[in-house]
Design a protein around this ligand. Structure first.
Ligand code: MN
Length: 343
């Protein structure tokens, strides 16, 4: 396998050469696609089509309603549409592993010539023939932005909106630790190009909450438990709660961020009981615990401040195991904002 993963000097040229060589491209991203997954796919779609390429997008899961303001989202096809279609190049975005595009799709969507992997996850596997993995990038959308800039091509208005949405989503609206001066500079440029305002993107992504999700949230928040030292907080959602509120495990997305916001909490856990009785876990940390390492102990992955895993245990046992593991990462002498004293 011709692996071209370069952490320090990303090899945009190798990918752009591939764009010169081939004509048909398929794009895909992870299951339960988020703003960065869809934003980076559509952003790259606009770039490739402007280069005159034939491009199709296949995702296992449908575009969530709050991303249906993005241009051409309706063009994203389901796994069943692949049929006998084979692109010359398959580009997988933001997925960490090939399997995360969906078990079925990872077996049926096969490129004739080359598999490309574009990602920013610290735990990303170099599964492609060509891998553009940049863990320091805020988002996969930022990598797509830099690729287009490297090509010295203009970014179209539609592309700017998609990449901005990905950047905004993966930085938690420019407040997570992956937000830098450069992130803001890129965002400013995209706002300047596009026909959108930041508040309108925010409202589309975050303020279209179905009332059923609010009812679920009230159930989930009632389960809050905090360790004696106040540093680890957990909540859970059960199948009974999903039935009662008419929701599914997807509705739990984002709840963990609210738990992480509790004063003094370093590690936040939100777990969901799945239909097969396994447990889906979202992890966040406030300041110093690397939750991607914690998730890796349970065969998961992600970023230092946001990660996830799936545990083949009933949820009460999974919570106990996670809290126990989290305790090893907690530094009892760490004081938040302690550096301010030295200024
Ligand atoms: Mn991402």
């Amino acid at each position: 396998m011709n692996t071209l993963q370069m952490a320090n000097t990303p090899d945009y040229d190798a990918l752009l050469t591939l764009f010169d060589q081939y004509h048909t491209f398929a794009l895909s991203t992870h299951i339960h696609p988020d703003g960065d997954a869809i934003g980076s796919e559509l952003g790259l779609y606009f770039f490739l089509t402007r280069l005159g390429k034939s491009v199709k997008i296949f995702n296992t899961d449908v575009v969530p309603p709050n991303y249906r303001f993005l241009p051409l989202w309706e063009g994203i096809e389901g796994a069943h549409s692949v049929g006998t279609y084979r692109p010359e190049v398959l580009i997988v975005l933001d997925a960490s592993t090939l399997e995360r595009i969906g078990k079925g799709l990872s077996k049926t969507l096969l490129p004739i010539h080359s598999l490309v992997n574009i990602d920013h996850h610290a735990t990303a596997e170099a599964f492609g023939d060509l891998n553009l993995i940049i863990p320091t990038a805020s988002s996969t959308s930022e990598i797509v932005y830099k690729l287009i800039k490297h090509h010295e091509s203009p970014i179209c208005k539609a592309c700017a909106l998609c990449l901005y949405t990905g950047l905004m989503f993966d930085t938690g609206c420019f407040r997570h630790s992956n937000t830098t001066a450069e992130t803001h500079q890129i965002a400013a440029e995209l706002i300047g190009i596009g026909d959108f305002t930041p508040d309108e993107v925010y409202r589309n992504v975050y303020e279209q909450v179905p009332v059923a999700k609010m009812h679920l949230l009230s159930e989930v928040l009632r389960t809050l438990e905090i360790t004696d030292d106040g540093k680890i907080a957990s909540v859970y959602a059960t199948q009974a709660m999903f039935r009662k509120t008419g929701t599914t495990a997807d509705a739990v997305e984002g709840v963990v961020n609210q738990i992480q916001a509790i004063a003094g909490v370093e590690v936040a856990l939100c777990v969901s009981e799945m239909t097969d009785r396994s447990t889906k876990v979202s992890l966040r940390s406030q300041e110093y615990v690397d939750v991607s390492q914690l998730a890796a102990e349970f065969q998961g992955g992600g970023h230092a401040r946001a990660a996830g895993c799936r545990i083949a245990m009933p949820y009460p046992l999974a919570i106990a195991a996670l809290v126990q593991a989290s305790q090893r990462y907690i530094d009892p002498d760490h004081f938040r904002y302690g550096d301010c004293q030295k200024d």
